[in-house]
Design a protein around this ligand. Structure first.
Ligand code: XMP
Length: 321
């Protein structure tokens, strides 16, 4: 399918929802579709759009891969159930950590996540549910970055020449592919999703795995999960595009209780950006940075060093892998 951008200025949300709903109903017909909700803006908008269009012919899953932020799976499922969307929680932690085991190369890690999502978990869910279609919240920026060879976004398949029906046994539908993030947020509001959800900072599909340099193990993800909770708490009122914590692979010498401690390093990133294509580090007050250092070393076990990224994108990227 040819991609044709619908800019924020040209977007008519009600018309967009009507056209996409009609298209979904026409394509899915009497069959069923599934989709995975992560609680991010894109997947939330796809869930609501498809729920409205397909009703009981849509089954929404929340895939718990063990890479989400603290308390996230339960909170997302609860919110959507409140909005009338029945969401099934799927425990896929073993599948994801099994694929990630021993991998340290960033692209190999991203491929492992793609494989776990599309081949293992969705393949299984499609077989079990009898669905023919998988709905996905891919947006224009995801396609551009993957096709440009910058980073393989976990959800890009057809644009890389992958025939999902042949490879995985289902067809992928991408109703948001012509939109960028600000337009997706506007469609979300028009669908009646809460402003707090539509304005949520982006969170990557590979979740906290995108923020662990080196091997992704449950223990290492837990460190970055705790550091993320501190960063999001301290920077909650900062109007940044996105803020995050990264766990480095190297350890450094520190001192704890008067003794040498060869500990972990956390890097904090906070970004000003419009569309994630380019970004600049937010000019955070020095006392906020010092507070982040104090709280992360106090609350996250074994961390002895906290740094703040002062590089723009490019040459940096927003996530670490
Ligand atoms: P990068 O790290 O490429 O991130 O500068 C750009 C924006 O995209 C998000 N991101 C992803 N989103 N799947 C997604 O849906 C992915 O694989 C992925 N990787 C990065 C990132 O959080 C940022 O907003």
């Amino acid at each position: 399918m040819k991609i044709k951008e619908i800019t924020l200025a040209k977007l008519k949300p009600a018309e967009f929802i009507r056209d996409q709903s009609a298209e979904l109903r026409a394509v899915v017909g009497e069959h069923t579709a599934i989709n995975a909700l992560s609680g991010g803006v894109d997947s939330s908008v796809v869930t609501m759009l498809a729920h409205r269009a397909l009703g009981a012919r849509l089954q929404t899953y929340f895939i718990d891969h063990g890479l989400m932020r603290a308390g996230e799976p339960e909170a997302v499922v609860k919110l959507f159930r409140k909005h009338g969307v029945p969401v099934k929680l799927v425990d896929a932690r073993r599948e994801f950590y099994g694929e990630l085991k021993g991998k340290t190369d960033p692209e190999a890690k991203r491929q492992a996540i793609t494989h776990a999502f599309y081949k293992k978990v969705f393949g299984r869910l499609v077989r079990e549910s009898g669905a023919r279609f998988l709905l996905h919240g891919t947006i224009l920026t995801d396609v551009e970055e993957t096709v440009a060879g910058i980073k393989r976004q976990h959800n890009i398949l057809t644009q890389l020449g992958i025939d999902t029906r042949k490879a995985y046994g289902y067809t992928v539908l991408e109703p948001l592919i012509n939109l960028r993030k600000p337009a997706v947020r506007r469609v979300g509001r028009a669908l009646g999703l809460p402003a707090a959800l539509c304005n949520r900072p982006p969170f990557p599909g590979p979740a906290l795995a995108a923020r662990v340099i080196g091997e992704v193990t449950p223990e290492r993800v837990e460190l970055v999960r705790q550091a993320t909770a501190v960063v999001e708490r301290v920077l909650a009122r900062v109007p940044a595009f996105q803020c995050l914590a990264i766990l480095h692979a190297d350890r450094v010498t520190g001192i704890r209780a008067g003794r040498r401690d060869f500990g972990h390093q956390i890097e904090v990133r906070c970004w000003d950006s419009q569309d994630a294509v380019t970004a600049r580090p937010t000019n955070l007050p020095y006392k906020t940075l010092v507070k982040l250092g104090e709280l992360i070393t106090r609350e996250v076990p074994g961390v002895v060093s906290v740094t703040y990224n002062i590089t723009a994108k490019p040459p940096s990227t927003i996530e670490a892998i």
